[in-house]
Design a binder for this molecule. Structure first.
Ligand SMILES: [Zn+2]
Length: 431
């Protein structure tokens, strides 16, 4: 017989004082302990105290295990008895802490929270269970692992005006996710990024840092949601309290800085600029360098490309970001490329679309490049400049859909390199 059994026996026998004495010796924090306290209070006609204790237990009912179902019934039975005899003024004060609460409100509250609870679940319990079920797929835990490096594309076709394509459901998407030895780095969380991210089985727990390369909505559309999630997590201190890194180009930084609500949640909030850029350490042996771009946003051109050096893998990942081609961009890349033999380069190139001028320009002996993105001509110049082992085509206009894989095969045979198409959760393992 446990101590709590003895307590219960004493209560049944009407020995409330000795029951109370025994109960105070109980060290555990079990729900049954509090239920027995409430039972003693009820027997001693201290209804206020009994009621408060029972409510406390009742609202912890998510913690009821299968074996505690009986206890739950007992709690509810007693709760019903207490509510029947407790005077309305006290009930009112406990529930609402206001004496202006009209009787109608109380009836509704009582029905939703306590109605039908004797054998079935109350409405509030049904809601709470549903809440847990709905949030379950957000609680998958960490899905990335150490000693593992990859870049994954949560992107479909380029979608800078998705709202104008009501019938098009395939195009939405933006953003990359890098696993850098257990450091999860999001790059450009655009439209539908979070949906694509979660649909691919990733979890919020995977995230350590966020990069936004420039202030265009197809590159930051899901950023407010991410910042809100980070805020909630930091506020509630869920699980281990980790901090986040934010790396934003200057314009995005300035536009969003009011949303870095609680500074203590962030380890670093960094403005990225390609001017006199120095390497920023992400973690041991992994650094980030902002690259030059040519791409006008709303007011200024503060956008950056991203270069990531991974020493352990002797690999550089070069993400052009949205950018037209210009020889100065090539110069900037060359300055940051590691020329040591044995190093590999992965180039993620933002193409966007084709323009007829690219073909005509050769005829007139004058180089023509699409201004805002690489286009085809800029892509080829970029490949020649970076000399990558793998190029991954990205930021692809939907109109290129019928030909994009043919373009990839052409590039492979022309440059004798690996060429991939970075869409639909394509994952490239860096090894
Ligand atoms: Zn852009």
């Amino acid at each position: 017989m446990t101590l709590l059994d003895k307590v219960e026996e004493n209560i049944r026998g009407g020995y409330y004082k000795s029951a109370e004495k025994l109960l105070k010796k109980e060290n555990s924090d079990s729900l049954r302990k509090y239920y027995l306290f409430a039972l003693i209070c009820y027997m001693k006609n201290d209804l206020d105290k009994a009621y408060k204790l029972l409510l406390k237990i009742y609202f912890n009912s998510n913690e009821f295990t299968q074996s505690e179902i009986t206890l739950r019934r007992e709690v509810i039975d007693l709760l019903e008895k207490v509510t029947k005899v407790i005077d309305k003024g006290t009930y009112n004060a406990i529930i609402s802490k206001s004496d202006e609460n009209p009787e109608g409100d109380l009836d509704i509250i009582r029905t939703i929270y306590f109605g039908g609870i004797k054998y079935d679940l109350s409405m509030s319990e049904i809601v709470n269970l549903r809440k847990i079920r709905l949030s379950e797929n957000l609680k998958t835990g960490i899905t990335i692992f150490g000693n593992n490096y990859f870049i994954q594309f949560y992107k479909n076709y380029s979608s800078f005006t998705p709202l104008l394509n009501l019938k098009r459901k395939t195009s939405l998407g933006g953003g990359y996710f890098l696993n850098l030895d257990n450091y999860g780095l999001i790059i450009d969380p655009g439209h539908d990024f979070l949906n694509n991210f979660y649909s691919a089985g990733r979890s919020f727990e995977d995230i350590n840092g966020i990069i936004v390369t420039h202030f265009h909505d197809d590159h930051y559309a899901d950023l407010p949601s991410l910042l809100a999630l980070i805020y909630q997590r930091g506020k509630n201190k869920i699980k281990s309290y980790k901090k986040y890194d934010l790396f934003f180009d200057i314009e995005t930084y300035e536009k969003f800085q009011d949303l870095f609500l609680k500074k203590s949640i962030y380890d670093r909030t960094v403005k990225l600029s390609s001017k006199k850029a120095k390497a920023i350490s992400i973690k041991d042996g992994i650094s980030l360098i902002p690259l030059k771009t040519k791409h006008i946003t709303t007011i200024k051109n503060s956008g950056v490309g991203i270069l990531i050096n991974i020493e352990k893998k002797s690999t550089q990942v070069i993400i052009t970001g949205d950018s037209g081609w210009h020889y100065r961009i090539g110069e900037n890349y060359k300055k940051n490329l590691i020329k040591e033999s044995g190093w590999k380069r992965i180039l993620v190139a933002h193409i966007s679309t084709l323009h007829n001028e690219e073909a005509i320009s050769h005829v007139y002996n004058k180089s023509w490049f699409y201004g805002a993105h690489l286009g085809l001509h800029g892509l080829l110049k970029c490949i020649e400049c970076v000399n990558p082992t793998t190029v991954i085509l990205s930021e692809i206009g939907e109109e290129l859909a019928p030909v994009i894989y043919k373009i990839a095969r052409l590039i492979e045979s022309k440059y004798n390199i690996n060429c991939e198409v970075g869409m639909n959760s394509f994952k490239f393992i860096i090894d």
